[in-house]
Write a protein that binds this ligand. Structure first.
Ligand code: AHG
Ligand code: MN
Ligand code: MN
Length: 337
């Protein structure tokens, strides 16, 4: 077995790759790692303590809030507040963004957006869930954060990643120099490097979408799904794999190859997934791993955001598969004019 490299050691080693780095981003990544270990501890015993089920509240998304959503949200906020490296945050569970106005954080230069718990509907049925985070430099110089600090294109991301609470707990992140995955070793309480330099296969044979919405999808999406299911001389039918947790579906496709699709539909004209803390961070990460992410007509990372919780249609995963559905989409537009 190779040398055990913990997340902290790895971050410290990579920090030396940036001669002018001052360790602030490293500190922020470490603190997000701590928050995910605390969340993991509650996720692993959710069924035993009264932390599953609903709070009875509805969030800004109009979705029922799970107790574990709130716990994860509060844990991340506390860790960011204690880190001294973030001057503000925005969360799926918070109506608006927040400035962290403690003395230590006032001069911090990073802001963090996060989905504290992705796949909440799966909590009570013991299916993998996750946390997604996105880190930008603030645009304003100091003081109270402004909306413009948060509404930045994905191309401006400094770092992004996710944690998947599954058969094992993994943290996967990028700072724009490749993608690396760390598996939590509960016996020592450390994330250890387990998947160095992750590359997504350019081709895959799995597709992920909620096929229950098939009749609501645009024709070009139906055409592509039929292509996935077709058998031809040089193609076997692809497997449909859909967990209902974006992080879990994404992670499987990142490792094995595949495409995840949450298109616009009659019922959801902008799709469902949120640009700022679901689509952008994973689009940044998948591009770093050699994959792609598009709305069907534009790269996700090129979108200038209009609002914090905006939704976008999403096709993300293996490059050749995403290229293909993008061709289906643009051909459909050319045909309809
Ligand atoms: P969240 O739990 O953060 O609201 O995200 C749930 C998302 C995403 O994780 C998943 O891919 C998608 O909702 C599933 O939506 P459907 O149930 O409509 O398929
Ligand atoms: Mn989510
Ligand atoms: Mn969520």
């Amino acid at each position: 077995m190779g040398k055990l490299i913990t997340l902290d050691e790895f971050i410290y080693q990579r920090q030396k790759d940036f001669p002018f780095s001052t360790g602030e981003l490293s500190g922020l990544l470490r603190d997000i790692g701590v928050a995910s270990k605390i969340i993991n501890r509650e996720v692993n015993k959710a069924g035993l303590v009264d932390i599953t089920g609903l709070t009875g509240e509805v969030n800004v998304q109009g979705e029922a809030v799970q107790k574990l959503d709130e716990f994860a949200d509060a844990t991340l906020i506390d860790c960011l507040r204690n880190s001294g490296e973030a001057c503000g945050y925005a969360s799926e569970e918070q109506d608006s963004f927040h400035t962290i106005s403690t003395f230590d954080n006032a001069n911090a230069k990073y802001i963090v957006l996060f989905d504290p718990l992705d796949g909440s509907s799966n909590i009570d049925v013991n299916v993998s869930i996750g946390t997604i985070f996105a880190i930008y430099r603030r645009k304003t110089d100091a003081g109270e954060c402004k909306l413009g600090d948060f509404l930045q294109r994905g191309r401006e991301l400094v770092a992004a990643g996710y944690v998947i609470y599954g058969s094992s707990t993994m943290l996967v992140y990028t700072t724009g120099n490749g993608v690396n995955g760390f598996t939590l070793d509960p016996s020592i309480g450390e994330f250890c490097l387990s998947h160095p330099d992750i590359r997504i296969p350019e081709e895959g044979n799995m597709f992920s979408t909620n096929i229950g919405y098939y009749s609501f999808y645009p024709e070009y999406v139906k055409d592509y799904i039929r292509f996935c299911m077709d058998e031809t001389e040089d193609k076997k039918p692809y497997s449909l794999r859909y967990i209902g947790s974006f992080v879990a579906d994404f992670h499987r496709n990142l490792i094995k190859g595949g495409i995840f699709m949450y298109p616009a539909s009659k019922q959801q004209p902008e799709g469902k997934l949120r640009l700022m803390y679901e689509c952008n961070p994973l689009a940044f990460l998948v591009e770093q791993a050699g994959g792609r992410a598009t709305t069907g007509t534009r790269d996700i990372l090129d979108i200038y955001p209009d609002e914090l919780h905006q939704r976008v249609p999403l096709f993300i995963g293996s490059k050749h598969m995403v290229d293909m559905i993008e061709t289906y989409c643009t051909d459909a537009i050319l045909q309809t004019g």
